[in-house]
Design a protein around this ligand. Structure first.
Ligand SMILES: *[C@@H]1O[C@H](CO)[C@@H](O)[C@H](O)[C@H]1NC(C)=O
Ligand SMILES: *[C@@H]1O[C@H](CO)[C@@H](O)[C@H](O)[C@H]1NC(C)=O
Length: 552
């Protein structure tokens, strides 16, 4: 047939012959139906909870399902709640395969209450950390009545077992269940960002390993931070400079560099080198590679910077790490606005600021006032904050313990970069009015036109999940699904490549839904106007189908 030639697009007609026809014929029409105000951007489809077809999990009397670990090797979703961990069937989370309780003792609860905490809420054990270890067990930590503790857990013969190792959880897991934190397991080393003490006044980014390393207690390093997320980047891969892998941390904090009377919160990205061993005298057992920069998501209407709330690392396995992106969601600093935004960043842009950018330095201006300005003096060699690379090794510096004092002292006083990180296109990919965004996942899909699209799944304060995609610089909200009814915030969001399912957790339960529900479109027109890159109209069967299910 000459159809595809007539439409002027080349599609692989061998793969989906009936599809191509319908999809491309109608796309221009769909474009003309755009909404007027992009901020109010109404989803093309709103799906109420009773029609969401979600698999839901909830156990009577158990709350706060806010920690998840996918074990695709075991076909399990591990779900951490208050005083319990569940092993659910990854394909259908309504099937509980095992569970284990981890409750605080009466004595622990009494002690917690005596320290002034609420016995019904704060003095319980909230599971906060769930990671896989290299020997295929799991590492679990809980707040444990304001006395965090960690343990190993295994799953065998249909049973979840805690080993009762009672490891100290300080610096790994928060004391306070209401405080945000972040963690990641890299080669059996736990990287954690949390507060180290009961009062919550000693924030750290730490690595728990044979040689444990953490940040300095200095306001120029971390200043009343709210930790958001962590991700690792395999920057040693094919590195000509002999660079090390990095761990990135996203957070917000009070700006030390602000020339203002009122407290100003800014968003940050920090990073450390995986193999950092600390300094020999200066920065002993502290990061020698902790660098941070402001990360901006400029929303036009706003005077105050937006605050980062969650991030998602999107890497195409066929591409170099430099092409990875971070998608991040931001919300306003003041209550006067109900906008939320998504910005996307190139990892290469972030790593360049750390590798080549200028530093900020404090200069005293009056007796008790310090101003942070760009540092324009000489920078010591090796470059402060850099990982040990071939050039350092050539100079006889094989590990961070060999770094000269000048380099260490420099970074101890100046961990902040001068330049801020800007998003791709220097603007958000999505700004929307309404339910505040809480969590984000991004999935790359190849649509019927052969193009790859980044589809964003965004959880909100009101228990909904938005599905949005950017077509030619224009944001289109495919649908908004009510996952939790009554509405409550989505607190965790995961995606499995194996099952193609999304998993969301909230205070009352967990929900599972597929990436696409093409069957909701009953006609070819509706299927195409939905503009869901996962879907296409199968002319032979007269159905709107998920593209990977199409038999050509
Ligand atoms: C746990 O869930 C309860 C019930 O929804 C909620 O009121 C409470 O704020 C939650 N606690 C934490 C620490 O999130
Ligand atoms: C660094 O490693 C090289 C080669 O392994 C060795 O010759 C050199 O002595 C080491 N330098 C230090 C300071 O340990």
């Amino acid at each position: 047939m000459q159809v595809s030639a007539f439409l002027g697009v080349s599609v692989s007609r061998a793969m989906h012959p009936p599809l191509a026809l319908c999809v491309f014929w109608l796309l221009p029409l769909a474009l003309t139906l755009e909404e007027d105000s992009p901020l109010d951007c109404v989803p093309r489809r709103s799906v109420p909870s009773h029609r969401a077809n979600a698999h839901l999990f909830h156990e009577e009397g158990v709350f706060n399902y806010s920690t998840m670990l996918l074990r695709e090797d075991l076909d399990l979703l591990l779900l951490g709640a208050r005083e319990a961990v569940y092993a659910l069937d990854l394909k259908d989370i309504t099937k509980k395969l095992a569970s284990v309780k981890w409750e605080v003792t009466q004595q622990q609860r009494d002690e917690c209450r005596n320290k002034g905490k609420d016995p019904e809420t704060e003095c319980m054990n909230y599971i906060r950390i769930l990671h896989q270890t290299e020997d295929n067990r799991m590492y679990v930590c809980g707040t444990n009545a304001f006395d965090p503790e960690c343990d190993y857990m295994s799953y065998a013969d249909g049973k979840l077992t805690l080993e009762k190792k009672a490891e100290d959880g300080k610096g790994k897991c928060p004391f306070d269940p209401f405080q945000r934190y972040a963690s990641i397991m890299v080669e059996n080393n736990l990287f954690s960002a949390t507060s180290m003490n009961f009062l919550g006044s000693e924030p750290v980014l730490a690595r728990s390993s044979p040689v444990s390393i953490r940040t300095e207690f200095k306001s120029s390093w971390l200043h009343e931070p709210t930790f958001v997320s962590m991700a690792q980047m395999p920057e040693s891969d094919l590195s000509e400079e002999g660079d090390d892998d990095k761990v990135y941390l996203f957070f917000s904090e009070s700006a030390v560099e602000c020339d203002c009377y009122n407290k100003l919160v800014v968003s940050r990205v920090a990073r450390v080198c995986k193999g950092d061993l600390g300094g020999l005298r200066t920065l002993q057992k502290k990061w020698t590679s902790f660098l941070k920069a402001r990360i901006d998501c400029p929303v036009l209407e706003s005077q105050l910077p937006y605050i980062i709330q969650d991030t998602y690392r999107l890497c195409d396995p066929q591409q170099h790490w430099k092409d990875c992106l971070f998608y991040a969601i931001f919300t306003p600093q003041s209550d006067t606005s109900d906008l939320s935004a998504v910005c996307a960043y190139r990892v290469s842009d972030i790593s360049k600021v750390f590798a080549e950018g200028k530093y900020k330095t404090p200069v005293p201006v009056e007796t008790s006032f310090v101003k942070w300005v760009m540092y324009s003096g000489d920078v010591p060699v090796p470059r402060p904050g850099a990982c040990i690379d071939n050039e350092a090794r050539k100079a006889g510096i094989n590990q961070t313990l060999d770094l000269p004092d000048r380099t260490l002292q420099f970074i101890k006083d100046r961990p902040l970069m001068d330049q801020a990180i800007q998003p791709i296109g220097e603007k958000p990919v999505l700004v929307r009015r309404g339910a505040t965004f809480t969590r984000i996942i991004v999935n790359q899909v190849q649509a019927a036109d052969g193009e790859k699209y980044h589809v964003m799944f965004i959880g909100t304060e009101e228990g909904t999940m938005l599905k949005a995609v950017n077509y030619d610089d224009e944001m289109f909200i495919i649908e908004e699904v009510q996952l939790f009814q009554p509405p409550e915030p989505i607190k965790t969001l995961k995606f499995s490549h194996v099952t193609g399912q999304l998993y969301a957790g909230s205070d009352s339960g967990a929900a599972q839904i597929p990436l696409a529900s093409c069957w909701r479109s009953l006609s070819c027109m509706d299927c195409v106007l939905a503009r869901d890159p996962y879907c296409g109209w199968d002319k032979a069967d007269g159905k709107c189908v998920v593209l990977s299910d199409v038999k050509g």
